[in-house]
Structures are given as C-alpha cells and as structure tokens.
Write a protein that binds this ligand. Structure first.
Ligand code: FEO
Ligand code: CA
Ligand code: CA
Ligand code: CA
Length: 637
C-alpha cells in the first residue's frame, strides 16, 4: 500500500484500547441492525463454535497459523520463488548485487515490491499453463530495507542520494518476464526478447476524454498526450484481447512543492497531494515539483493498458476509466459484448466504480478491443439500505455534473472523478481494494481492507463497524442470472455482506465468518483476490502483522454449505503482505506476490527477515512465489 495510507505507528495501541473498552455491546447491537438491513446471510455468526457439517470444497489440509522469518504453505504443496527484485531480465547481466545497483542495471532487472500478477499464456491466444509471461506490477520502494541507514521517515528519505533516487525510479512500474514450467518448477527465461521493464521513465500515451486537456499539458508534453512513466502500480486486470491493465494507486506523496500555488489546489487536495516528496524525486527532477510543473500530477492515478506480447508497444493511460487511487481494474465481457471494468479507489471513505464500454467486443476480431476503453460510461456505487446498489453515471451535463458546479466538460468530470462522485452521493467505503467476478456465479466481490478512521456517526448500510481495523468483503449480485447470464451493465444490482473479517473469538471485533472457521482460518485486512477455475475465492491479506499473525492466502467457498468458510493456504514472512494472486488457466499454479518483506524494520541493520536469500547482512527481496501441489494436481481440488 502507498505510504500515505499506511498504518500509523500507534495502531497497536488503538487495537489495545478497543479491546479494553467497555460498552462495546452497544456498538455490536448497532452493527447487527445495519447488517440485518443489508440482508446479511442468516447462517453467519460471530463468537462460539457451532457444530455444523460444513465441508469445504477446498481439498487441502489447512496450514497451521505461523508467523516467522520465512514463508509457509499447506502440507503437500510447494511454494518456490520464481523471480525476485534484482533478478536479471536480459542475458549477461550476472547475479544481483544490491550495493552495486544503478539506474541502468535496475532498468533491466526485476522491479521492487511486486503486486498484481497476470499470467499471459504463450503463444498468445492459447491456454497454455506451462509457458507464458508473468506481468507484474512493482508498486513502490521500501528504502528502509534497500539501503543501509535510511529509516522509513522523512530523515531517511532526505538521506537518499541522487543515484539512489534515480535507481528507485527504475525499480517501480511493471515487469514482464517469460517463464516456463520444467520438472514442477517455474524458471525465468533470462534472455527472452519479450522480457520488458516499464518504469517511471517509460514513454506512454494518454487517451480518452482527458487526453489533450489543458490541465494535462506540460513543458515535456505541450499536447497533453504523452507522459513519462507510471507510478504506484498496484492492482490490475486482463482484457479479453490479451492486454494487461495496470492501476496507478495514488501519486500524492511523490510530488514536492506548494499545492496552493497551483491553479487547482482543491482538486489536488481531494487527491491527497501535500507536497511531501517522500521519495526525493522533486529534489532531483523539476517535473515532480508542482510549482514548476503544476499539471504533472494530473497525468498520474489512471489505468494503464500494456500489450505484453509486443515489447515495442507504447502503454496507454485510459482516462475514461477515471482518476483515483486505482486498486483494481477487473474486466468482464458482458453477454451483450460490452466491456465492463470494476474498480476500487483505495483510500479512506472512497468509492467503488464501474466502467461500461460504448462499443462491443468481438472475440473473433481481437482488434475490436483496441481502443474500446476510450469511450463508455463510468459510474459510482450507491449502496442502499434495502439491499440494492445503484450505479450512478459520471456523465457531464447529467444531474449536478455541470459547468456551474465546476465540471466544464467530461474531461473535467474525469480529472475530478472523486469530486464528481461526491456530488452524486456515492457511498463512502472502508478503503476499497480489489474487486473480482466469480467466473462461475457471475457475482462480484469488493474487498474493503479496513478503515481506522470510521466513526459511529459515519456508518452506513454496507460499512457497519466503527474503527474498522479488520476489513470486510461485499458481494454484489448483478441481475439476469448466474454466470454468463449476469448483466454487468445493469443500473441496479443486489448486495450482501459476504464476510466481516477479524478474529471470531474476540467479540469486540464483530467478525462474521462461517461458524466452522478454525483458529487458523480467520483473516483480517482482505486486499486482493482471485478465483480458481472452479469459482473458489482466494483472498490475499495486507495488515495482519498488526494482530501478531502473518499475512497470507486464504481459500474461501462462495457457494454451498461452506459459503464464507476460509482456510489458510499460505503464510508470508514477517513484514510482507500477500498480493496479486493469479492462477494459470489449468488451476495448477497459484502465483503470489510477497511484497515488502521486513518493511517493519527500523533500518536494514535490524531487518526482521532477510527473505528469501537469508545471506548474512543481505537485503530482503520482494518476490513472486509459485504455489503448486507436489503431485502436480489442481490446487485445492
Ligand atoms: Fe497498493 Fe491499495 O494497495
Ligand atoms: Ca493494502
Ligand atoms: Ca493492495
Ligand atoms: Ca485480483
């Protein structure tokens, strides 16, 4: 997660204070009332064990809760590192020496803090599950455990040298690596011509309604149609035409200068810009100083479309998908051929969005997807007490989105997506991260990771707990029927609360999972998710270390007698979040990003882990892990 929304250091004291507070039953009662209004599934409960014949469809022996310096996976499974920060992506580079890393070298090595993963089969168009491209977001750098004596604060940031800042700029963005499965192990094809790094310097096009707008023009790009690089690449998605969507999740702390000196201080403030220049970029490059280039911030926080099969292709920022702290861009091809993208805006009290294309995609003609994401309707979700959710269109000229109210045209509606959604009365959420559609049922899931800022007076039908330190999962039910019959373009869906995360044994958490949830199975802070080919959910968590447990991967049934019953499959090393879970088409490999191991350390000297190499004095390295059954069978089948 970006630093500007990271936990405050005192979160453990908040938890302790909550645990000791009297009168919590009152809050719990209010929660139950709101839950009932939302049509909460009756079989859920919180608290004591209930005897129930709930056989999970997930056929693995649950991992026992474990939290230490390395990663762990359920018995009968392997979890091997496939590619880690610094691994070579070109021939002849040699082994990685972090102390000798430089911008030129980093631009040809795997990036830092891996997040979203797409597995794109090779050859293109096939469903091969033993050969493909791993397309991986590299969100940001954790300089406190990359370099000696650079604590994770403004002091540490001020000590970054120009060479380090330039190297860090090449360590973020996106990494595309060719991989092959041989003898049960995934290996990188080091000299593949398809290997590619996309960084903060890679030229990319700007398309859609905001392209060319005066607020998008800079001295580098007087036309407002070309931008250097991408930043805070977090969640993502895959399109039916074989491209990857990479989400820019909040550039606010990477710019310096005085926001008040820009022509649009209110807009930048609504996006969290504070001139903090946390990564030192403005110190060495005027384009990150808003007083010199006031429009440069407007060129981030979009969804970037990348064609991984063509290493010479120019990535495109698709402005029709809105401007926000994009976490997810999950694509569904609707039954009528329209392309639907679900998106979360990961910040406190932000919203859940949906884009529906004007055009229709023809699977027989992949070129029909080429610019289909440039025109369509972006909507924001309003969750109603009666269990329905309305998609409110962000269309210039409709309702309050007029010039008199500060939205001169559709480009401004998109540049000010959050302000437009405010004006429409969207439902503020507990930090929406990933969204994903169950390929079997057609139901859509939105993960609220947590919201420590939630207070009793701000609760709503779908965000039901004050000081929500645990997060929850919302289920959206499109009309029209199951699976492919679901209408993802409808104006109104149903909704339900799928699970409320937390420890079911601690009443004050107010957790609600399936009654048969074990000591190992409950989770907190759901962040990313994916589905296996059978429609079982796999959740990745980010924030469990605050509760003294590891972040990890949990399998969860969404239908049948074990609906809402989580099982622990994988545990991360200390300090790391799990991210980007992604199956191969055959369901036999589950790739997982282990992001920011040891990030909780004061400095590198006191690293809490040096995963995965464990060299004396060495640096920890974020890495992608492949989880497989040792007998080669389908995961959890
Ligand atoms: Fe990058 Fe919202 O996590
Ligand atoms: Ca997160
Ligand atoms: Ca995330
Ligand atoms: Ca996902």
């Amino acid at each position: 997660m970006p630093r500007h929304i990271s936990n405050s250091p005192d979160i453990r004291s908040i938890i302790a204070a909550r645990a000791s507070r009297r009168g919590f039953l009152l809050g719990s009662g209010a929660t139950l009332g709101a839950v009932a209004a939302g049509g909460f599934v009756g079989s859920f409960f919180s608290g004591e064990a209930v005897a129930l014949d709930a056989r999970s469809s997930l056929a693995f022996t649950e991992l026992k809760r474990i939290y230490d310096a390395t990663h762990h996976v359920a018995e009968g499974y392997s979890a091997d590192v496939v590619v880690a920060w610094g691994d070579p992506m070109a021939a002849g580079l040699g082994a990685f020496d972090p102390a000798a890393n430089d911008p030129e070298g980093q631009a040809r090595r795997f990036g830092y803090n891996c997040d979203y993963i797409a597995f794109m089969p090779l050859p293109k168009g096939s469903a091969n599950s033993d050969h493909g491209l791993l397309c991986v977001n590299n969100e940001y750098v954790s300089f406190n455990v990359m370099y000696p004596d650079r604590p994770d604060d403004d002091q540490g940031a001020s000590r970054l040298t120009e060479a380090e800042i330039r190297t860090n700029n090449m360590a973020i963005g996106h990494s595309i690596v060719e991989v092959r499965l041989e003898d049960g192990r995934w290996r990188v094809v080091e000299d593949s011509p398809l290997n590619r790094r996309i960084t903060l310097e890679t030229p990319m096009a700007i398309s859609g309604p905001a392209a060319g707008h005066p607020w998008m023009r800079t001295s580098y790009d007087p036309e407002g149609r070309m931008v250097r690089g991408t930043n805070y690449n977090c969640g993502g998605g895959v399109t039916p035409w074989g491209t990857v969507l990479s989400c820019e999740e909040g550039a606010s702390d990477t710019f310096g200068g005085d926001i008040a000196a820009t022509p649009f201080p209110d807009m930048l403030e609504r996006y969290g810009f504070d001139g903090s220049d946390y990564y030192g970029r403005a110190r060495i490059d005027g384009r990150f100083n808003v007083e010199k280039e006031p429009n440069e911030p407007n060129r981030f926080d979009w969804v970037v479309e990348i064609d991984p099969y063509d290493p010479t292709s120019t990535p495109v920022k698709r402005t029709a998908l809105g401007r926000m702290a994009h976490e997810a861009a999950t694509v569904v091809l609707n039954g009528d051929g329209r392309v639907v993208v679900y998106m979360g805006d990961d910040d406190y009290f932000e919203y859940v969005y949906r884009f529906v294309s004007d055009g229709r995609y023809d699977p027989a003609d992949p070129a029909s997807g080429r610019d289909i994401l440039d025109s369509g309707t972006l909507s924001v979700a309003r969750f109603n007490e009666d269990g329905t959710v309305d998609w409110l269109p962000l269309v210039h000229g409709q309702g309050p989105l007029t010039a008199e109210n500060g939205f001169a045209d559709q480009a401004e509606v998109l540049l000010k997506t959050r302000l437009a959604a405010d004006a429409l009365g969207a439902t503020p959420m507990d930090r929406p991260e990933d969204m994903e559609t169950n390929p079997v049922t057609g139901r859509v899931y939105a993960l609220m990771t947590k919201n420590k800022k939630m207070t009793a007076d701000k609760l709503n039908a779908v965000n039901t707990r004050p000081e929500n330190l645990w997060g929850h999962i919302v289920e959206l039910v499109p009309p029209g029927g199951e699976g492919a019959a679901a209408d993802h373009a409808a104006d109104r869906y149903g909704w339900d609360l799928f699970v409320l995360a937390g420890n079911p044994k601690v009443p004050e958490h107010g957790a609600r999972f399936h009654p048969a949830t074990s000591e190992n199975g409950w989770f907190v802070c759901p962040d990313n998710l994916t589905f296996d080919p059978r429609g079982r959910m796999f959740v990745a968590t980010d924030g469990a270390n605050d509760f003294g447990i590891a972040d990890g991967i949990y399998g969860v049934d969404t239908t049948g007698p074990a609906r809402g019953l989580p099982k622990l499959l994988f545990a991360c090393p200390i300090g790391a979040e799990a991210a980007g879970p992604c199956f191969t088409p055959d369901g036999r490999t589950l790739f997982v990003s282990v992001q920011h191991p040891a990030e909780d350390s004061a400095t590198l000297a006191e690293a809490t882990t040096r995963w995965p190499d464990f060299r004396e004095g060495g640096v920890p390295r974020p890495a992608v892990v492949a989880i497989r059954r040792i007998d080669g069978g389908e995961v959890a089948a």
